[in-house]
Design a protein around this ligand. Structure first.
Ligand SMILES: Cc1cc2nc3c(=O)[nH]c(=O)nc-3n(C[C@H](O)[C@H](O)[C@H](O)COP(=O)(O)OP(=O)(O)OC[C@H]3O[C@@H](n4cnc5c(N)ncnc54)[C@H](O)[C@@H]3O)c2cc1C
Length: 382
């Protein structure tokens, strides 16, 4: 049984059926599939990580993204339009060069661009008068975007066709355990017995794990996203500002899609606060002054389960038969295919796959943390 009908839960069910021939699986979702972060993210996919443990996992994911549409026979609009991380100082260039080299050593692609090469791609950025002039960037051409709702529907359809039951409006309210072994779950629609239970409840991981007596090394925060009114094609690819938290891409409908830092206080409310709106807009205006001429169309928030080293957990738990997929911070969408693939493997075989071997739950106690810097908010500073 899988708790959570987001991208990760549905992908897990799909790969359990496809890779392991296990289709007596139920996915329990408290709302509707994709109503959590899967339908709220800014759709960026990439594998530009530094640390061994993370890099091969995200590269595994990017390779699954590449073949996903053929695999699911569903248009998930995977668009490898490139992800460019801008750099603004010599120290940042050194750090990005190191990250790019690490990526290439793991078989990923990375190119260090100088300021002229960035200007050729994006002539409308503020290069010179800016407080933090753009000195170049690290480009991953195979990174890009995918349509988040379609990813959910594609995995759901693929799982359903292989015999998986997807039960919506079914909230798990308790986890029944006897002699240290999971027995099943209590839900708003009654008790359901299961020999194995996998938790994939991004945004609610701590609350659901607490039902099994587990205290997770996770804090939950709001992350907001924004979409402008539609304009003609402007930004070809995804760009992140390196002197503050701001990133931007353009949707196929023409809206500029952007976001920034997490709100910085613990919350389970799926909406954000004005100071962060201000902060994100300031970052955007510093990079792209013409953004100020556009009207904002929509804004929303989702709950990020921030692990204390910025890396996820895909592992068994101290309760036999209970498995955990959590701590995606604000980068779990790109992980969806590999997360499902690895969680299915871990649940089916009761041991991790080499791709998720470093994502252990006990690493915070043992000290073998994966302290990945430069890929988002630093959770242990909040
Ligand atoms: C604004 C924003 C922007 C983001 N941008 C990006 C990005 O550009 N790139 C990227 O890689 N990542 C991004 N992310 C992060 C990414 O969306 C998440 O890490 C990822 O979606 C989490 O996995 P999921 O899809 O399974 O989560 P979810 O879709 O949240 O799935 C978890 C599900 O569990 C369900 N659930 C919870 N409790 C229970 C219960 N008790 N019983 C039953 N069901 C339950 C929830 O309803 C939910 O549907 C962003 C997130 C946000 C909010």
């Amino acid at each position: 049984m899988i708790v959570g009908g987001g991208g990760h839960g549905l992908a897990t069910a799909y790969y359990l059926a496809r890779e392991h021939g296990i289709n007596r699986v139920a996915v329990l979702e408290k709302g509707w599939i994709g109503s959590g972060n899967a339908g709220r993210n800014t759709t960026i996919i990439r594998s530009n990580y530094l640390l061994p443990g993370n890099e091969q996992f995200y590269e595994h994911s990017l390779r699954l993204w590449k073949g996903l549409e053929q695999d699911l026979n569903y248009n998930t609009m995977v668009s490898q339009r490139g992800v460019l991380n801008l750099l603004h100082s010599d120290a940042q260039r050194d750090a990005f060069a190191r990250r790019g080299n690490a990526m290439r050593l793991h078989g990923a692609d990375a190119e260090l661009l100088d300021a002229d090469a960035v200007r050729a791609r994006h002539p409308y950025f503020d290069f010179t008068s800016a407080r933090f002039p753009i000195k170049g960037g690290l480009l991953q051409r195979r990174g890009g975007t995918a349509r988040h709702d379609a990813v959910v529907w594609g995995y759901a359809r693929g799982a359903d066709r292989r015999g998986v039951d997807i039960v919506q409006n079914c909230e798990v309210t308790g986890i029944r355990i006897a002699d240290g072994t999971v027995q099943g779950v209590e839900t708003t629609r009654g008790y359901i017995a299961a020999a194995k239970v996998g938790l994939a409840c991004a945004g609610n991981s701590s609350r659901v794990a607490a039902m099994a007596g587990l205290r997770l090394p996770i804090e939950s925060h709001v992350l907001q996203a924004f979409v402008s009114e539609g304009v003609k094609p402007l930004i070809d690819g995804v760009v992140t500002f390196g002197a503050g938290y701001f990133y931007i891409s353009q949707s196929d409908k023409g809206g500029l899609v952007f976001g920034g830092d997490i709100d910085g206080y613990n919350s389970y409310a799926q909406r954000g606060s004005m100071p962060t709106v201000d902060d994100v807009m300031e970052g955007g205006m510093a990079l792209l002054p013409m953004l100020g001429r556009l009207r904002l169309l929509r804004q929303w928030g989702g709950i990020m389960d921030m692990s204390m080293d910025g890396s996820p957990i895909i592992d068994r738990t101290p309760v036999a038969g209970l498995y955990l997929n959590a701590g995606w911070c604000y980068g779990g969408f790109k992980a969806t295919p590999a997360s499902g693939w690895c969680f299915a493997y871990t649940m089916a075989r009761d041991e991790p796959h080499p791709s998720n071997a470093a994502f252990r739950l006990d690493r915070f106690a043992s000290g073998a943390v994966l302290d990945e810097k430069g890929v988002g908010a630093t959770p242990n500073l909040h």
